[in-house]
Structure formats: C-alpha cells, structure tokens
Write a protein that binds this ligand. Sequence first.
Ligand code: NAD
Length: 488
Amino acid sequence: MTGFPEKKHWPMLIGGEWVDALDGSTSDVITPIDRNVVIATVPQGKEADADRAVEAARAAFPGWAGLHFKERQKLILQAADALEARIEDLAQLTAVDTGNALRTQARPEAQTLVDLFRYMGGVAGEVKGVTLPAGEQQLQYTRREPLGVVAGILPWNSPLMIAAFKTPAALAAGNTIILKCAEDAPLTILEMGRIIADILPAGVLNIVTGKGSVIGERLAVHPGVDKVSFTGSTGVGRHIAEVAGKRLAHSSMELGGKSPCIVFPDSDTDAVADQVVLSTRFARQGQSCTSGSRLFLHEDIYDSFLAKVVERIGAMKVGDPRDEASDIGAVNSAKQWNTIQNYIEIGESMEGVEIAYDGRESLEVGEPGFYHAPIVFSRARNDWQTSKEEIFGPVLSVIPWKDEDEVVEMANDNEYGLAAFVFAKDVDAALRTAHRIESGWVQVNQGGGQVAGQSYGGFKQSGFGREASLEGLLEGFTQIKQVNVKLG
Ligand code: NAD
C-alpha cells in the first residue's frame, strides 16, 4: 500500500472557529495500521475548552431553535449533499483512523452518515404537537420543543455511524450539539465538521477532542448541557448516567452488547451461513456493539452448519484496511489488541473447548499494525467468561442447543440486551423467539447493520434511549410543552 496522509494538526470546532486547546496541549493520533506512524495531532481539550464549547452552543441555540423547520431542513439536507460529495474521502480516512476495512466497513459507515442526515432532514417537520378537542372556549395544544444543548460522546469503533445516530436528529429538532470525539479515532468526526461547518450557523455544531475523563466528564456535569447522548462502554455509561442524573439532565445510553444469534434446524443453508457471518461483524474486527458473538446452533445441524460458517470465515482476508481486497482490517489500538488476546487465552483454556477455526496460523499481517485473526470456539458454554463478556474482537463462541425454551433462556441469560439474530424458516418459531428475546433490536433471517429510520437502542445493561428513528428524534431530542388558552 502507499504511504499515509501527511501528518497535520486538526484543531477543534467551537463557535464556528477552528481552535486549539486553551492551554495549547495536543495529543498524537496513531494509525492502527502502523503503531509507529503518527498521522495527526489534535488538541487535548480540557475543562475550560468544554466550557467555551457549551457557551458557543448555548449562544447559537435560540437562533437555531427559532427557525422555521424548513430552514433547518434545508441546511441539514445541504449538509447531506456536501457529505455525500466527500464520501470516499471520509471512507478512506475511516480506514486510516479506525482500522475499519474500506470495502466491507468504512464505505458503508460513511454512507450511513449521509443517509441519516438525509432522513432526519426529511422528517424535520414531524417535530410537531397535538391539539385537544377541548370545545370552543379552549385551545389546548402541545409544542415539541428542543432540549437545548446536547453533548454527543462518541466511541472509536465506528465514529461516523455513531455521530450519524445523534447529530442530524438533534439538529433537526432544533438543538445545538457538541460532539466529543474518542481519543483513539477523532479524525473522521473533525473531517465531517470541516465539510459541513460552513453550512450550519456558527455554534450549532461544535466538535471537541481530549480525554474522556477530563473534557468528556466536564460536558457530562456541565449545567449548560441539557442532554448527554453517550455511546460507549457500559462501565463509563453507568458513570455518565449517574452524574447526568444527579443534576436531572436528560441522557441516553447506547452501551455494550453480547448478542445471541440463534439458528434453527430448518436453516442449515449457505444463504443463512452468509448472514450469520455478517452478524458476527468480523468484517469490523468484531468491534461492534451489535456483533452476534454468541452463536447458538441446534444439535441436529451443529457440525454441518458450523462447517459452513468456518469455511466462510476462513475465506476472509485480514489485511490493510485501505486495501480493497481486505475483508477484515486492523483492531483499533494496542489496548484493544491486548484485551482480545487475553480473552482468546481464556477461551483456549476452557475445559471441553474445540477450536473450530484459528486464523492466526494463516495471518499474513501483523506488527507494526494491530491485526487479529478470527477465532471460533466450538462447543462453548454460555456461562464461560468468553461467552458472557463483551470481547469487542473477532472471537465467536458457538454453543449447541436442543430445546427452544432452553435456547431462549440461554440467549437471555446475559446482562446485555442490545441486538439479536434469529434464523428459522418456520415463521412461527422465528417470531415467537424474536418476541421472547430481551433485546432492543432483533433481526430475523438477516444479519446486516442498522438502517436509517429504524429504532435502535438497548435493553438491560445495553442502555436506554433510542436513536436512528423518527421516534428516537422525538423522544430523545425534544420535550413537550402543553399550552392551554382560554378563548373568547
Ligand atoms: P468508552 O466507554 O471507553 O469511551 C466512549 C467515549 O466516552 C470516549 O469518547 C471516551 O473518551 C468518553 N469517556 C470516557 N470516560 C468519560 C467520562 N468520565 N466522562 C465522559 N466521557 C468519557 O468506550 P470505547 O472503548 O470508546 O467504545 C467501545 C464500547 O462502546 C464498547 O463497549 C461498545 O459496545 C460500545 N459501543 C456501543 C454502541 C451502541 O450503539 N450501543 C456503539 C458503538 C460502541
């Protein structure tokens, strides 16, 4: 592959200006493709920078909220067009910044950003209230008003997609927003800002960089932030929900997952195996909160179906994320690489485990990049640590089942409840199972990703609040005001 983009400094966006941290401190951004290559520096924003971002967002709020929805819609759709024109640049940058492979992951992610700007711009006029039939002497109606300033706190695994779940919805409803980039992958969000900053009034969209525990924490506790929309780990989410809750700020939590994927005995086909592999999110190194990382196979088809899955996983090429031939890119950071490695060692040591596939033997890439080959643990148990905890890597636990009640119980016997996948030709069995699973999102007979307009969010320890849908926009980014008027 060719070299990396020339190292440059990427400032933050506050109040329409591109600025550095007030104290001048910066951090290096390395690429997961080569740990020795610093591809950029970004400001290391501190509390004072959070404060000025909040000030800018607050100052812009009345003007933005006061616009006719058509004006906001026009600008959001203009932003969608501008992003679409730069979609390939955003995808290329995603590959270098996050390690996500261009063809399988980075391009679809950039497309989701465009789709959601277009979708949320399109439904901006749906932010409306209702009127009560209260007789001729009364006019009683509701207004859906924006919350104010939203802080969107982003993870590193697919920053553009997560920003897409939050930004256009918040803006369409009339809020202003401050995005806090993940330390390990801030560049695509800053680039998104560069593309659309001039379209939006100053202060409507602000983007800050820096440590979560410093600038992120300040945004979560800041009295000028009306809502914290967080996507990240359950541990950090629990803390942010606590500090936001303490001051009764709105919050939504999109957290971790350990999603079950259940295959019924009538579904031992190649087409289902393709979808199951898609559900593993191995094409994103398994670094997906919706990864179907627990595969429940019925005993009758266990060996035959597993062989199909293994064949497909074995055919996936791990390589430079910028290479069109790569199906799987690089894990995001050394820390993440080590976490995955620890879980692999734990899985290998479990009594009775069978290694159905171990891609390490044929891995052609490695140091100085953070590459991990997929591994499949067969005959796993649902109570193993590797089956219970979110690994966020290309590690699949395959668990046999015999009885429908038993598999539903195992699927639900986990603290998370974000996504689930059910494969059955028998529609009754498929829907019965889909309805019994404790998850915010169940897919039947398919394994792909979120689409614009669908409801998205978790049950249980996977969080609360919904994004990506019109309902998510209304419930997540507006509040209702009732107005009662005496007439006559
Ligand atoms: P993380 O929780 O470590 O960090 C997420 C963000 O929170 C980062 O921007 C970080 O800087 C910030 N942060 C950290 N401490 C903070 C604090 N005290 N106050 C405010 N902000 C703080 O998560 P991560 O490692 O970046 O991402 C991986 C996790 O995200 C996984 O658990 C994954 O499941 C989850 N995730 C969930 C979804 C979803 O939609 N449910 C999507 C993507 C990722």
